[in-house]
Design a protein around this ligand. Structure first.
Ligand SMILES: Cc1cc2nc3c(=O)[nH]c(=O)nc-3n(C[C@H](O)[C@H](O)[C@H](O)COP(=O)(O)OP(=O)(O)OC[C@H]3O[C@@H](n4cnc5c(N)ncnc54)[C@H](O)[C@@H]3O)c2cc1C
Length: 502
């Protein structure tokens, strides 16, 4: 017997989980499989911005920018613990872009989308002694956007999908799918085992694999081409004290962000270069490191070398091919391709898209699929809070409550929990009243209690799932500490906490 679902979604990046959540909330039975961990590819390698994309105005992407600006406000309300306002400073470089052009761009940026919570733009002047910038930068412009923990945004959507009845399987690859008797029959592989699932409709949200999946696994012809454009980031010790980001203009007309990251670091990125390598292992190149250090050093008093780099990460943007010559100019907008003939089961493939617009992309996907499901409920995600946002008032308030409840817990961990879990933190704190009741300590504020929760409720399996994508503690953990955690996980998996609560 094969399970029959209304919808099968392939890919556990932001677009796959976004579509699964929306569909499950509208009453469809949903299955999602991800070949690795949730968010283990592009969706954890982003600049971590929920933004309109100021620079896309130069490429006349008004539709995308407007939609993204509106989504910014919606996401601020949906996940106030995870999405945070940030001011961005653009040092003025008159030979690269004249002041009137920047002012016009920022005016459009301020008013193109609905702006309720975020401050508008303004001109700013830098006082040399107080400014982290070199003396030749005397003025600039400041505007608002937001930051997010990208991987956790994916996990929260997956939790919400599950709470609406979706079945989510990680480390499960779809190796083939074919239309048979009006439904899709999917062949899956998990831990060397073969599984079969049937669905009335199929969504291909495989990101960088979208075209390959259509050709190889489905044996069909893609309607659009895909451009893989690599983007890399470096993480360095905090370059300056201000809690503001910089948007730096480079002589090649590109921009590079420098963003405060996890209290102690600055995140510098990104790059744009055509990519033809292995999509499973995307790594920063020496040229990209050089490029990012150069842009930073051209602007800041603090001069960096490769030795200062604490970590780096790299991903590929799965962009819809619009035949642009310049990788930086390829459209960041998304395209949904519906493949259906006569009475066959439909296939919807996602080309392109931004983290910021995942919710709108999911709504558009459901509109395409609605004709195949008679009594589909109305759209609902704009108003719905993401897990952790329920009864949330502010980070400060939640942090104070955690501190009061769990005696002896360090300030850094209190803050980390408030940001990462919001009010869902009570799901693993439960009856705990002191730090001594949190179980084995792995260092840096990670205790067995949190690890158990991540394994049981957030699909975490390996130390990398926990340290890189669920907690971001990987920047602090040394080899021995990682080994301790791995030993614990081995025992935990043998002991058998339920890995899925679907
Ligand atoms: C450098 C960089 C910076 C960016 N910065 C931002 C930003 O600041 N803000 C923003 O809004 N957007 C940003 N983006 C864009 C955003 O990150 C991507 O658009 C988004 O993450 C794409 O998500 P996805 O779900 O389509 O792809 P992915 O996250 O790659 O997910 C696809 C998933 O499908 C899985 N998969 C593939 N084949 C199979 C199969 N056969 N079976 C099962 N699973 C399969 C893969 O393992 C993968 O996890 C950035 C992108 C990059 C690269």
């Amino acid at each position: 017997m094969h399970d029959l679902y209304d919808l099968a979604v392939i890919g556990g990046g932001i677009n796959g989980v976004g579509i699964a959540t929306d569909a499950a909330g509208r009453g469809l039975s949903v299955f999602l499989c991800e070949k690795d961990d949730l968010a283990s590819h592009t969706s954890s390698a982003s600049s971590k911005l929920i933004h309109g994309g100021l620079r896309y105005l130069e490429h006349k992407e008004f539709r995308l920018v407007r939609e993204a600006l509106v989504e910014r406000e919606i996401l601020l309300k949906k996940a106030p613990h995870l999405v945070h306002p940030m001011r961005f400073i653009m040092p003025h470089q008159p030979h690269l872009r004249p002041a009137w052009l920047i002012r016009a761009g920022l005016f459009i940026y301020d008013y193109l989308g609905k702006r309720e919570q975020l401050m508008g733009s303004e001109q700013v002047f830098f006082e040399n002694s107080a400014s982290p910038l070199k003396a030749n930068f005397s003025r600039g412009f400041e505007y608002s956007d937001c930051t997010v923990d990208d991987a956790r945004l994916v996990v929260l959507n997956a939790i919400q999908a599950r709470e609406h009845g979706a079945k989510i399987m990680t480390r499960t690859q779809c190796v083939s799918a074919q239309r048979m008797a009006g439904v899709w029959v999917l062949e899956l592989e998990k831990d060397g085992q073969q599984l079969w699932v049937k669905a009335k409709a199929l969504v291909n949200a495989t990101g960088p694999w979208v075209a390959q999946f259509i050709q190889q696994e489905l044996k069909l012809k893609p309607s659009y081409g895909i451009r893989l454009v690599q983007g890399s980031h470096i993480i360095v010790p905090k370059l300056y004290m201000q809690n503001k980001a910089f948007i730096l203009q480079n002589y090649d007309q590109r921009i590079v962000f420098v963003i405060p990251y996890l209290n102690q670091y600055s995140l510098i990125g990104t790059t744009d270069r055509e990519y033809t390598g292995d999509r499973n292992n995307v790594e920063i190149s020496p040229e990209e490191i050089h490029y990012l250090l150069d842009v930073s050093n051209n602007h800041f008093k603090t001069q960096l070398t490769a030795v200062d780099i604490v970590a780096s990460f790299s991903g590929v943007r799965p962009l819809c091919d619009d035949e642009s010559d310049n990788p930086a100019a390829v459209t960041r907008d998304y395209t949904l391709a519906l493949d259906v003939h006569h009475d066959e089961a439909p296939l919807l493939s996602v080309f392109g898209g931004k983290l910021t617009t995942y919710r709108k992309l999911a709504e558009a996907a459901l509109e395409h699929l609605a004709p195949y499901f008679g009594d589909l409920k109305d759209r609902w995600t704009a108003e719905a809070l993401l897990p952790g946002a329920e009864q949330f008032s502010s980070i400060e308030q939640l942090a104070a409550e955690i501190e009061h409840k769990v005696k002896g817990l360090d300030e850094h961990t209190i803050q980390r929990w408030a940001y990462a879990y919001g009010t869902r933190v009570w799901h693993f704190i439960k009856q705990v009243v002191s730090v001594h009741e949190l179980g084995q300590s792995f260092g840096h504020g990670l205790y067995a209690r949190e690890v158990d929760y991540l394994v049981q409720y957030e699909w975490a399996v390996t130390s990398e799932d926990i340290l890189k994508r669920r907690t971001k503690l990987y920047l602090q953990f040394d080899k021995n500490e990682v080994q301790e955690l791995e030993k614990y996980l081995t025992v935990l998996h043998v002991r058998g906490l339920p890995k899925e609560v679907a």
